[in-house]
Design a protein around this ligand. Structure first.
Ligand code: URA
Length: 286
C-alpha cells in the first residue's frame, strides 16, 4: 500500500473536516510576527547558557530585535472600556451614513479588523423601511465585503421575497460586527460592545420604520438583555435610541439556525407575517 498517498488522503479529509467546522484560517486572536521574536536559543534559561562552554570563537549571529519594526501597528488591546467610549464618541460625531461608514473603515480599535480581509458595513438601501441586523460577517461576507451574501443570506433574501420584498428596494442590512471573527467564533462581549457603538448610531441614521434582529447574538446585544432568542423571537419591542427616537423591533431566528433546524421555519414565517402586518399598519398611519 502506498502509505504516502494514504497519509495525504487522511490529511485532505482532516482539512476538509476543519473547513466544514469553520476552521478555515490558521490564525489566532492576535497576529504573531515570528520574524520579530528571538529564536529559541536566545531565550534559554541563564543557568544553562552560563555553564555551557562557548561553541565557537567567531562572532555570534546577531539576533533580530524583539521590538516591532517602526511600520508595525501597536497591538490593539482586546478589552478596554476606553475603546467603547472612543467608538461611541466617533459614532456620535457622524451625521450621515456615509460619514459613519468612513469612521468604521478608519477605526483601528477592534482587534477583529486585523484578521479580517474586509470591513463589512451594509448592503441594500439606506433609508429602506426595514433594517435587518445580523451577527457578524462569515467567510463569504468577508471575501466580498457585503453582509449576508452566503447561504444564510440567500435564505434571508428568499424569506423576504416571500413577502414581495427585496434588498434592492425594501431592506437595509448590516451586522453588529463589521469584521469577521476568526473561524466564525462567537464574538466576545468586548468586540460586540465596541462595534455596537457604531451599529446603534447606524440605526439612528438609517431611521428604519422597523428593525429586525436576526439571531440571539444580535438580539441580546442590541436589546441589551440576557434573554435567549427562544423567548425574544416573535415579540415586538421598542428600541430606544440615544437620540431619543424609538423603533419597533422584532427579534427572529437567524437564517443559519433555520438552515440547521428547518422545523423552526414555521415560527420564522409567523414572525415575517407579523413584520409585514406591522409595516402595512405603519404605512397606513403615515
Ligand atoms: N451571518 C450574519 O449574521 N451576518 C452575515 O452577514 C452573514 C452571516
Amino acid at each position: 500500500m502506498d502509505t504516502t498517498a494514504l497519509a495525504r488522503e487522511d490529511l485532505a479529509s482532516l482539512l476538509q473536516w476543519y473547513v466544514e467546522h469553520g476552521l478555515d484560517e490558521t490564525i489566532g486572536e492576535e497576529a504573531v510576527d515570528r520574524f520579530a521574536l528571538p529564536p529559541p536559543a536566545a531565550v534559554a534559561p541563564a543557568s544553562l547558557s552560563s555553564s555551557a562552554p562557548p561553541r565557537s570563537t567567531t562572532a555570534p549571529t546577531p539576533i533580530r530585535a524583539a521590538t516591532p519594526p517602526p511600520t508595525a501597528r501597536a497591538p490593539v488591546p482586546l478589552e478596554s472600556p476606553q475603546l467603547v467610549e472612543d467608538a461611541r464618541e466617533l459614532a456620535r460625531r457622524c451625521t450621515t451614513i456615509a460619514e459613519l461608514e468612513e469612521a468604521v473603515r478608519a477605526f483601528e480599535g477592534c482587534a477583529l479588523k486585523r484578521t479580517a480581509k474586509n470591513t463589512v458595513f451594509a448592503d441594500g438601501v439606506a433609508g429602506a423601511p426595514i433594517m435587518v441586523v445580523g451577527e457578524a460577517p462569515g467567510a463569504d461576507e468577508d471575501r466580498l465585503g457585503k453582509p449576508f451574501v452566503g447561504v444564510s443570506g440567500q435564505l434571508l433574501d428568499r424569506m423576504f421575497a416571500a413577502l414581495g420584498m427585496s434588498r434592492e428596494r425594501d431592506l437595509y442590512i448590516t451586522n453588529i460586527l463589521f469584521w469577521r471573527p476568526p473561524g466564525n467564533r462567537t464574538p466576545t462581549l468586548a468586540e460586540q460592545s465596541i462595534c455596537l457603538a457604531f451599529t446603534r448610531r447606524h440605526i439612528e441614521l438609517a431611521r428604519p420604520k422597523l428593525l429586525v434582529l436576526a439571531g440571539g447574538t444580535a438580539a441580546k446585544a442590541v436589546l441589551d438583555t440576557t434573554e435567549g432568542i427562544m423567548r425574544l423571537r416573535g415579540k415586538w419591542t421598542s428600541l430606544k435610541l440615544d437620540d431619543g427616537t424609538e423603533v419597533p423591533t422584532m427579534p427572529t431566528f437567524h437564517p443559519a439556525y433555520l438552515l440547521r433546524t428547518p422545523a423552526s421555519k414555521r415560527q420564522s414565517w409567523l414572525d415575517l407575517l407579523a413584520i409585514d402586518k406591522k409595516l402595512k399598519e405603519l404605512n397606513l398611519s403615515s
